[in-house]
Ligand binder design. Structure first.
Ligand code: ATP
Length: 197
């Protein structure tokens, strides 16, 4: 069974997936893969260099993020091309990984799961949610920045109400960590057929 974990900024996706890894399950993390494909030798870099020019590569052959950001800055068309190329690569890596799972269930943590349509490739989606107030507090404590900045980022994303309609399970994370882990344990038991829904 392939299960996707998603949720908006600061909802607690990483906290949930870290726990799932601790419970012994395999997780393909889209953010981690996004960083890995920028390392030297990644096939996607050749494609980016052929589209945007060799100057987007650093001397060691990795992606020169500053130059890449400057190239797409204020050019929505180029940004879309960049996103299309990288998202396609990330999804291809996750799809390949999920087709050779080391555990059952196997998981993938994808921030923009519904927006990208990748949910269609999965058997189930678990959505992590928390109130805007909780998320703002946690993200400001984690990253710094102002509550207003975090609120603006949250509001630029698809709403939890919309995502809940498409999710198979909602993990509400307005609670202490112990309670969050109990909720995940219960879902894992369900997924393993130990208890009925
Ligand atoms: P992003 O989308 O920004 O990457 P995320 O959805 O992965 O965020 P996390 O990083 O897991 O969210 O959680 C945000 C912050 O809140 C982290 O610092 C995390 O340690 C903390 N946190 C998450 N859940 C809880 C909880 N139940 N109680 C206390 N702190 C929590």
């Amino acid at each position: 069974m392939k299960i996707g974990i998603t949720g908006g900024i600061g909802s607690g996706k990483s906290t949930v997936t870290d726990y799932i890894i601790k419970r012994g399950y395999q997780v393909f993390d889209a953010d981690k893969i996004a960083h890995e494909i920028e390392e030297p030798g990644g096939g996607v870099l050749l494609k980016l260099a052929s589209v945007f020019g060799p100057e987007i590569l650093a001397e060691d052959g990795s992606l020169d993020r500053k130059t890449m950001a400057a190239v797409v800055f204020s050019d929505d068309k180029k940004r879309k091309i960049l996103n299309d190329i990288t998202h396609r690569e990330i999804h291809a890596i996750i799809t390949e990984g999920l087709s050779h799972p080391e555990t059952d269930p196997v998981f993938t943590d994808v921030p923009l799961l519904f927006e990208s349509g990748f949910n269609k490739e999965l058997d189930r989606v678990w959505l992590v949610t928390a109130s805007e107030e909780t998320r703002v507090k946690r993200v400001v404590a984690r990253d710094g920045g102002t509550p207003e900045e975090v609120r603006a980022r949250i509001r630029s994303q698809m709403s939890d109400e919309e995502k809940e309609k498409m999710a198979d399970a909602v993990i509400s994370n307005d609670c202490a960590l112990e309670e969050l882990y109990e909720k995940v344990d219960r879902l894992l038991d369900e997924a393993n057929g130990k208890i009925n829904k």
